[in-house]
Design a protein around this ligand. Structure first.
Ligand code: SF4
Ligand code: MG
Length: 321
């Protein structure tokens, strides 16, 4: 925090996304995950929302140090976005075809005719049997699931290296959710791109993610391959999200849900940001924020319970209630 006035909602978040990979960013609302995705796009209002000391690499290319001009090019050509509620990101007064064509004319230098032909093709790719009709329809004429398909067609129209999907299925019913997730993965493979998936829903993560970063209070608190995270979750916040028993302490009662909410950025506690909600909190947790440490191969955790520098068995002297 600088000068005691600006509070960083996201703090030194660094990550890379490999080609073909689906990276999930998981957390409750207020955890900083949407802000992180906006900072990938360099769309966060600055100041005070600037990421000062992070690093975000897409396919080996650092995004946070690009010039604004280079970044505009990346945004138009290399990154497609899908949001929770397509109704708010689709323009109600333009046809679906118009909205796909717009991107193609602007970023792919197509003529209007080429762009409309391509729009029909893209609508077919995302599964519309009546693509020739849909291209002339308006967003309100489509169902929620169809609108999300149309959003995916728009997002894929620039042949993006990265697809950012922010709660892409939250507003949809369960059967449609599964179809949209399948479609995203299919598109990722077809277009040889990567996915940054932002969600609070671990079911969605389990379905599609290769690697997972759990965020809390604007920081990454745990990072692992999806399979590893689900079989061996370590951070008390992650285990709380999963409603599972933390393996560190077999006798702790099942965390049905995590009490409380993520504090706002200007009220992060001094020590571990999760401490006020953590059943394992001990003395040092309230004094300094733990580092994100690699505790086993490619599995990182920000928690004193897993810090070898903290006296062995130290947590047993803690204040578990
Ligand atoms: Fe809980 Fe302490 Fe670990 Fe924070 S560092 S998650 S308070 S045990
Ligand atoms: Mg959000």
């Amino acid at each position: 925090m600088e000068g005691g006035r600006t509070a960083k909602a996201v703090d030194g978040v660094s990550f890379h996304i490999d080609r073909g990979e689906t990276l999930a960013l998981v957390g409750e609302s207020g955890s900083g995950k949407s802000i992180t995705s906006l900072s990938v796009m360099r769309l966060i209002p600055q100041p005070p929302g600037e990421i000062l000391d992070g690093s975000i690499k897409l396919d080996g290319k650092e995004l946070l140090t690009l010039s604004d001009r280079e970044m505009r090019k990346v945004r138009g050509n290399d990154i497609g976005m899908i949001f929770q509620e397509p109704m708010t990101s689709l323009n109600p007064v333009f046809t679906i075809g118009n909205q796909i064509a717009e991107t193609l004319i602007k970023h792919k230098k197509m003529t209007k005719k080429q762009a409309y032909a391509k729009a029909v093709e893209l609508l077919k790719v995302v599964g519309f049997a009546r693509a020739e009709e849909i291209v002339n329809e308006y967003p309100h004429q489509l169902s929620g699931g169809m609108r999300q398909r149309a959003m995916i067609a728009i997002a894929m129209s620039c042949d993006p290296k990265l697809l950012i999907a922010d709660e892409p299925t939250t507003a949809l019913d369960v059967t449609i959710q599964a179809q949209i997730l399948d479609l995203m993965v299919e598109m990722k493979e077809k277009f040889d791109s990567s996915i940054l998936l932002i969600t609070h829903d671990l079911g969605v993560v389990a379905e599609v993610a290769d690697r997972v970063m759990v965020m809390y209070g604007g920081q990454i608190v745990e990072e692992a391959k999806a399979e590893e995270l689900f079989t061996n979750p370590k951070h008390p916040y992650t285990t709380g999200l999963m409603g599972s028993i933390p393996n560190i302490d077999e006798d702790v009662e099942r965390l049905e849900s995590i009490q409380g909410t993520v504090p706002p950025a200007h009220r992060f506690p001094e020590g571990c940001r999760f401490a006020p909600r953590c059943k394992h909190a001990m003395e040092q947790c309230t004094q300094a924020n733990p580092d994100l440490l690699e505790v086993t191969h490619k599995h990182k955790v920000r928690c004193y319970l897993y810090d070898p520098a903290v006296g062995e068995g130290g947590h047993q002297n803690g204040t578990d209630e």
